[in-house]
Design a protein around this ligand. Structure first.
Ligand SMILES: [Zn+2]
Length: 203
């Protein structure tokens, strides 16, 4: 029996790209056991993230992509918890828009496995919403963290710079719709869904 669980909160702030700024609510996901955890994305507020971490050792800050509403406090969180920031290198141009003077610590790659407690988290490179967008699959928990690649209701937005609709659809079909249908989808914004529900919607 795994002691690994998912903890969640919602945190609010802004998202800016292409000269527009929007108010957004971001899901904040932490996966781990009583001892250690992974923080998935670093939106808006270090304090809100630390409340979910609840004193555990943070093994890494894993960024699903580098839009500013997902990485804004990543460097400050790194300072606070002494954990490395992980990002797919294809999101460098987006990262530099928010953090031109500092980098992340290690690159994510497709198929990479990150161990947390007794549980394996598999990195799936899913470009489209952003070139370096990744999803994080946790088969033993029956869930996948999709960032802004797949939401309840369909694929993430592709109308802005560095996004591409055919690319996100190809990513979702190849990397997400091949997961078991009952897999719970924990998204970057809004409610959970399942792979089966979204596969039925994108035909
Ligand atoms: Zn995004």
């Amino acid at each position: 029996m795994t002691g690994v669980r998912v903890d969640h909160a919602v945190t609010s702030g802004t998202f800016s790209l292409d000269g527009e700024t929007h108010q957004v609510d971001n899901n904040l996901w932490v996966v781990g056991d009583d001892e250690e955890c992974l923080v998935i994305d670093a939106p808006h507020s270090v304090e809100d993230i630390l409340a979910v971490v609840d004193g555990r050792r943070v093994k890494a800050i894993v960024c699903t992509h580098a839009h500013d509403d997902h990485v804004r406090v990543a460097p400050a969180l790194r300072e606070a918890v002494r954990a490395p920031i992980l990002l797919h290198p294809d999101d460098r141009p987006l990262w530099e828009l928010t953090h031109p003077d500092e980098l992340w610590d290690a690159d994510l790659s497709d198929g990479q496995v990150i161990e947390i407690g007794d549980t394996a988290v598999t990195v799936l490179h899913t470009p489209g919403h952003a070139p370096g967008a990744v999803c994080l699959s946790v088969p033993s928990l029956g869930c996948v963290f999709t960032g802004d690649t797949l939401f309840q209701g369909g694929p993430g937005a592709t109308g802005r710079s560095f996004s591409d609709r055919p690319t996100i659809e190809a990513s979702i079909r190849a990397k997400l719709f091949t997961l078991p249908g009952e897999t719970v989808v924990h998204t970057g914004h809004g409610d959970d869904t399942t792979i089966a529900a979204e596969a039925a919607g994108l035909s």
